[in-house]
Ligand binder design. Structure first.
Ligand code: ARG
Length: 459
């Protein structure tokens, strides 16, 4: 029977099957850095507050620093029977420093300890994810600047609708990823309070300096209710929810990359380094990276659902169910970071086929609204104009022509209002650049939106 840190009231060892079942060291060892950081701050505070001697405190701190170095050097082996990272580290500490190590857990529980560790860990991960989003935004802005005049068809219902530019299309994603960034910052801000001092659920009788520990660990303050502090995983759920939205945006973009790189569209070509071939068909160049990101979106949604479901109906305060938070959270973090890491260079290196895009913008009567607007500007109501142009489209379909290919006589047969200038008014470039309304696709409007986004990014 292995000695348990909590073994005092037990007459018998844990069944081996149970030990493997409830041990979390396999996955929570990734919190070692945060756990040690928290323990060091706690030990120093215990010394300052005269709860343990200053000598004991510094012996503990020194030993924890050594353990950290050894873990990073890869020479520490964790022990499944010591359950989790918290008890593994405490066990190592006591083995190395002796009886003094047993004082570290004064005024602390694994319940406030794990709540602290996840917050510290997630704080760093949010910073890294945010950095990846910033890289992506930078790339999108660069590609938008290069493509301010790259005309392409805009779609609704995946049917050609009106001409836009690639810059305008890319800037739509800039808006989405900027919202994602602000959601992550928001999540980090709300989470950044120290739960240490909440104990198992009801605080502690020792005169802990909670504020001092919070300050040392760069928190903005302390949590206000000990029950809430140990049973709250809102922050993990908020992260997974933000991560789900990032993935949702990536998946929409990937879907378009997949369509655009098909022979039918041929709007873009992916760089060879971001595409793959087929083991059988020699001609193939597949957008696997984009497909994989689209597929991984499901995993992240899965993590969000798992966390929401684990937390559902749990009575206060800590329950062991909550140990199930980590694998889902870690998987969501790894997945979203992995996807962003490969998506950004894929976008940065893809070739845009400008001619092909412009050709695409011409078919499908994408300038029909502009014919109607022309009539409105000459005095018709929009509904009357809509009716006339609808009939003209029907005529074109019968003749197998586009709106620009109809003759002036054809136009005038439909309405005497048309004059020669109609042909200028429905040129796709003109159609885009007449849409100068803020938020629209005209070069100036998009340029101003790019500038604003660049300024926000630099802030
Ligand atoms: N490994 C546990 C977790 O991740 C740590 C807290 C355990 N606390 C307890 N009283 N069993 O949730």
């Amino acid at each position: 029977m292995t000695e348990k840190l909590w073994g005092g009231r037990f007459q018998k060892g844990t069944d081996k099957v149970v030990e493997d079942f409830h041990s979390s060291i396999r996955f929570d060892q990734r919190l070692y850095r945060q756990d040690i950081k928290g323990s060091i701050a706690h030990a120093r505070m215990l010394g300052r507050q005269d709860i343990i001697s200053l000598d004991d405190a510094s012996a503990i701190v020194k030993c924890l620093e050594d353990i950290l170095a050894d873990i990073e050097a890869g020479i520490v082996e964790f022990d499944v029977s010591a359950e989790d990272i918290h008890m593994n580290l405490e066990k190592l500490l006591t083995e190395r420093v002796g009886e003094v190590g047993k004082k570290l857990h004064t005024g602390r529980s694994r319940n406030d300890q794990v709540a602290l560790d996840i917050r510290l860990y997630l704080r760093d991960e949010i910073e890294e994810t945010s950095e990846l989003l910033r890289d992506l935004l930078k790339t999108l802005l660069e590609r938008a600047e290069e493509n301010l005049e790259t005309i392409m068809p805009g779609y609704t219902h995946l049917q050609k609708a009106q001409p836009i530019t690639l810059a305008h299309h890319l800037m739509a994603y800039v808006q989405m990823f900027e919202r994602d960034l602000s959601r992550l910052q928001d999540c980090a801000r709300r989470m950044n309070l120290s739960p240490l001092g909440s104990g198992a659920l009801a605080g502690t009788t020792f005169p802990l300096d909670r504020e001092g520990v919070a300050e040392e660990l760069a928190f903005d303050g302390i949590t206000e209710n000990s029950l809430d502090a140990v049973s709250d995983r809102d922050f993990a759920i908020e992260f997974c929810s933000s991560a789900s939205l990032i993935m949702m945006h990536l998946s929409r973009f990937c879907e378009e990359i997949i369509l655009w790189s098909s022979q039918e569209f041929s709007f873009i070509e992916l760089d060879d380094a971001y595409a793959t071939g087929s083991s059988m068909m020699p001609q193939k160049k597949n957008p696997d990276v984009a497909e994989l990101i689209r597929g991984k979106t499901g995993r992240v949604y899965g993590s969000l659902m798992a966390l929401l479901t684990v937390m559902k109906s749990l009575p206060l305060a800590y329950n062991k169910d909550m140990q199930e938070d980590k694998e889902s959270l870690f998987d969501a973090i790894d997945t979203v970071k992995g996807c962003l890491t490969v998506f950004t260079p894929m976008i940065a290196t893809m070739t845009v086929r400008k001619e092909q895009m412009k050709e695409g913008a011409k078919g499908g009567f994408t300038n029909a609204t502009d014919v109607a607007d022309y009539l409105v500007k000459k005095g018709l109501s929009f509904r009357e104009a809509h009716e006339i142009v609808g009939k003209m489209v029907f005529l074109c379909l019968e003749k197998g022509l586009s709106l620009d290919e109809l003759s002036l006589e054809d136009y005038q047969k439909c309405s005497p209002i048309f004059t020669e200038d109609i042909f200028d008014a429905i040129d796709v470039v003109r159609c885009v650049n007449d849409r100068q309304v803020p938020g629209g696709p005209a070069v100036q409007a998009v340029l101003s939106s790019i500038k604003k986004a660049q300024e926000r990014l630099e802030r």
